[in-house]
Design a protein around this ligand. Structure first.
Ligand SMILES: Cc1cc2nc3c(=O)[nH]c(=O)nc-3n(C[C@H](O)[C@H](O)[C@H](O)COP(=O)(O)OP(=O)(O)OC[C@H]3O[C@@H](n4cnc5c(N)ncnc54)[C@H](O)[C@@H]3O)c2cc1C
Length: 350
């Protein structure tokens, strides 16, 4: 029997960040992942936007989570010898005068001083990018090249003998008094980080996910060149000499298949303000682990203390994962209370 402190199921953002933080705390881990291509984490553009553009409010907990996330990914860059996290402003392109005025008014609010620039600009070439009502940018925003980081981190886990490429079979869990056995491994606890696939987990399928499929395109423009991200109904993000164009939100068609409808929707929204030829290079889809109350799902199973969960990162996994993985580690190792609003005990098993 091989012994580890924790078995982690899933090597998306949640499982990876948690695994590293446990390793840093001198715990041994086994991370199990079935190495699928179209997972939410791998498909994500990886943007960290400190504001919610629709209402122009601060993103939830941004003061606590953003700097923490950035420093976590920079630490990964030192460990793995590659750059994964990039600072980039996100320009909001206004659809009318009213929206530009709203930005001006909100930028006077002290709680937004650190996150949005007050100046309304015309920073792009009007021939290729229609922004006649102006644009203004976020401060301290950035993006993580998620698939690149996850690939490098997986290699690190493999080299450290901490990774098993497999589909986790729930029927093989054998509960002992203070441990759990799975497939020849004994651990203190199994922490499930399966993203949306948690709905198939017999121990956690009662959690109130409200899943959202998302599609993203990788595109090239004939002439347009951007060194900032932009948003006008959809976002365009400069990415490895091309651009990411996204994303769709679909609450009914919950699968990882790309669709013509998704592609058409993104192109239609983009061509409303981009006056250039758009060539589609790649098209991807994933399912976001979004939750009915829009808060993460973290904690220990109310009946099986050997099982835990780190999930529900929703649309903001890049920013939220490092901060909340730390909270979970403090709970597992030091018995610290999890914040009420993310603890799974806010829901009842049904
Ligand atoms: C189109 C799109 C765009 C997005 N854009 C952004 C963005 O710009 N910024 C941002 O912060 N977030 C974005 N997100 C959301 C972000 O991707 C999620 O918040 C985050 O990736 C969730 O990570 P996770 O690890 O919980 O889940 P996942 O990424 O789904 O990872 C779960 C992992 O577990 C594995 N797994 C599951 N079940 C099993 C099993 N039984 N056995 C073995 N392995 C298993 C899966 O294969 C997978 O690798 C976007 C999502 C989508 C779909």
């Amino acid at each position: 029997m091989k012994k580890v402190d924790y078995i982690i199921v899933g090597q998306g953002l949640a499982g990876s960040v948690l695994a590293y933080q446990l390793l840093e705390n001198k715990q041994t881990v086994l991370v199990i992942d079935e190495e699928k291509e179209n997972t939410s984490s791998r498909v994500a553009a990886g943007l960290c936007n400190p504001v919610v553009f629709k209402r122009l409010t601060k993103s939830w907990l941004v003061d606590d989570v953003l700097a923490n996330a950035k420093s976590f990914y920079q630490q990964q860059e030192k460990l793995l010898g590659e750059q994964f996290y990039f600072d980039i402003p996100i320009y909001k392109l206004f659809v009318d005068e009213k929206e530009a005025n709203f930005w001006k008014q909100k930028s006077n609010e002290p709680q937004l001083f650190d996150w949005i620039n007050h100046k309304i600009e015309h920073p792009f070439n009007q021939t290729y990018l229609d922004h006649k009502f102006g644009a203004a940018k976020t401060l301290q925003s950035g993006y993580l090249q998620t698939a690149k980081w996850l690939n490098h981190f997986r290699e690190f886990l493999k080299k450290s003998n901490c990774f098993l490429s497999s589909t986790f079979d729930y029927s093989k869990i054998d509960f002992k008094k203070d441990s759990v056995i799975w497939n020849g491994y004994e651990a203190k606890q199994i922490i499930f980080c399966e993203g949306y696939q948690s709905i198939y987990n017999p121990y956690f399928k009662w959690l109130p996910f409200k899943l959202t499929k998302g599609e993203v395109l990788t595109v090239k423009f004939e002439t347009l060149k951007l060194d900032a991200a932009i948003n006008k109904g959809v976002f365009i993000l400069p990415y490895n000499n091309n651009y990411k164009l996204g994303a769709t939100y679909n609450w009914s068609d919950l699968n990882e298949e790309t669709s013509q409808k998704g592609k058409d929707e993104l192109i239609k929204k983009a061509t409303k303000f981009i006056k250039d030829n758009i060539e589609v290079i790649e098209h991807k889809a994933g399912v976001r682990p979004t939750v009915s109350d829009r808060r993460p799902l973290i904690g220990v199973h109310p009946q099986y203390k050997q099982l835990g969960v780190f999930n529900g990162l929703g649309t903001k996994g890049v920013m939220l994962a490092p901060y909340f993985a730390q909270k979970l580690v403090n709970c597992l190792l030091n018995n610290e209370q999890l914040p009420e609003e993310v603890n799974i005990n806010r829901f009842k098993i049904v």
